[in-house]
Design a protein around this ligand. Structure first.
Ligand code: SAH
Length: 403
């Protein structure tokens, strides 16, 4: 905020010391109970200026009157003007980071904006070919939606733009006359895009997340390199992402296992979309619709490479213990189903389960098998999913080879 913009009536806050320190250290959330005082009640979407204990400006954020995360920090440091030019600059930085690295020939799907870690707290934007899907988790964005939409269109030049939002802000949006769906020109509900020259569909209006799990791209590519000659089981396969890469990598067979018929149908269509690739059309493929927990206990089958990438098993801190047990059980079963020389790729997308906890329990599953094993690699967030604070780091994967 420039001094000139320091208008009377601006919402001003002071924080308790611990929260002040956390914000200075780069943490982007201020919880309601961290606010020591404020000059008046705030309105969702307005800018809140945060002063330190010596009464100097030190941060500015977006206020959320109804959320336990009461302020999402936009900027910490010297006063700055937060307006259209600010957003343009931030969005351009996001685009530049992806050009040539993530977005390249053969890849026109990627996350373009990853929330807090890229200056847009509570907002992600995923690009699938000509369609930009913007998912909003913080009501404040809806208050300034016209401006933000204009900036995103200008910077990312999508032909179609879809607005999606988390359940808890749908009512607020309605009050502003905003709803989920295409903005402006209507595009297809199912968009076909490419990732490393493999074509996939994304259900941009109704699908999980923004329609596809872009976050696993690098792990899928790693699986391609390991799949040659192997019988592959893709547990929690969703639309078959890992299986298509495994097939292209020369897998002998791929088995997609998911509880959802829609997910398996989508996987089938993804295989058809890539029928021009003989390794993909030529692979022996099977779809199993079942509860993964039960099927892994009962099937008695053996494989050479098993990917276990479940949905988040701990959506809340309270679910963490149960999630740890579930990860342990799933991965122990998967290890028992591996042939000699088999490979396990165990992934977790639960932010409440830390990397250390997850890696330890997968290692325990390996140790308890009594077999010799070695780690091939471990991974975290891909370049288009940067995560610069603890709560944002949800994805981790460990790949192990057994004798
Ligand atoms: N690995 C996928 C993403 C997995 S998303 C990818 O890379 O694209 C989680 C998937 O787990 C969803 O498709 C969901 O239908 C499925 N799922 C959820 N609970 C399940 C269960 N108990 N058994 C089998 N599949 C389940």
């Amino acid at each position: 905020m420039s001094e000139a913009a320091e208008v009377k009536g601006r919402l001003r806050l002071r924080l308790f010391p611990r929260a002040e320190t956390a914000v200075r250290g780069g943490h982007p959330w201020v919880f309601a109970d961290s606010i020591k005082s404020q000059n008046r009640e705030g309105k969702t979407g307005e800018l809140a200026v945060i002063y330190d204990k010596r009464d100097r400006f030190f941060a500015v954020g977006m206020y959320e009157a109804e959320s336990p995360i009461r302020v999402r920090i936009l900027h910490c440091g010297k006063p700055a003007d937060i307006g259209r030019e600010w957003w343009q600059q931030k969005a351009r930085e996001c685009l530049e980071k992806r050009q040539g690295d993530v977005l390249k020939e053969g890849t026109d799907g990627a996350r373009m904006i990853n929330g807090e870690s890229e200056g847009f707290p509570g907002l992600v934007a995923d690009k699938y070919a000509d369609t930009l899907v913007v998912k909003v988790y913080a009501a404040g964005w809806l208050v300034r939606w016209e401006e933000i939409e204009a900036v995103l269109r200008e910077v990312f030049s999508p032909r179609y733009l879809v607005l999606r939002m988390s359940r808890n802000i749908v009512n607020f949006a309605e009050g502003l006359g905003l709803e989920e769906g295409f903005r402006g020109e209507l595009g297809d509900e199912i968009v076909v895009f490419s990732e490393n020259e493999i074509r996939f569909e994304s259900a941009v209006l109704k699908g999980q997340k923004t329609g596809f799990f872009l976050d696993q791209r690098d792990n899928r590519a790693r699986v391609e390199l390991l799949a040659k000659g192997r019988e592959v089981l893709n547990v929690f396969s969703f639309s078959g992402g890992f299986s298509l890469y495994a097939a292209r990598g020369g897998a002998k067979s791929v088995t997609d296992l998911d509880i959802s018929g829609h997910a398996l149908e989508s996987a089938g269509r993804n295989f058809s979309l890539n029928a021009h690739d003989e390794r993909i059309s030529g692979v022996k493929r099977r779809a199993v619709q079942a509860d993964a927990f039960a099927w892994l206990e009962e099937s008695g089958e053996k494989f050479d490479l098993i990917v276990v990438d479940p949905p988040s098993l701990a959506k809340r801190e309270a679910e963490k213990e149960g999630a740890l047990r579930a990860y342990g059980r799933l991965n122990s079963r998967a290890v028992a189903m591996l042939n000699e020389g088999g490979i396990l790729l165990a992934a977790s997308c639960s932010a409440h389960v830390s990397e250390e906890e997850f890696f330890r329990l997968v290692e325990e599953a390996a140790e308890c098998s009594g077999r010799r094993w070695k780690e091939l690699w471990r991974s975290g967030h891909a370049a288009d999913h940067p995560a610069n604070f603890r709560e944002a780091r949800y994805l981790k994967a460990l790949c192990i080879e057994f004798n």
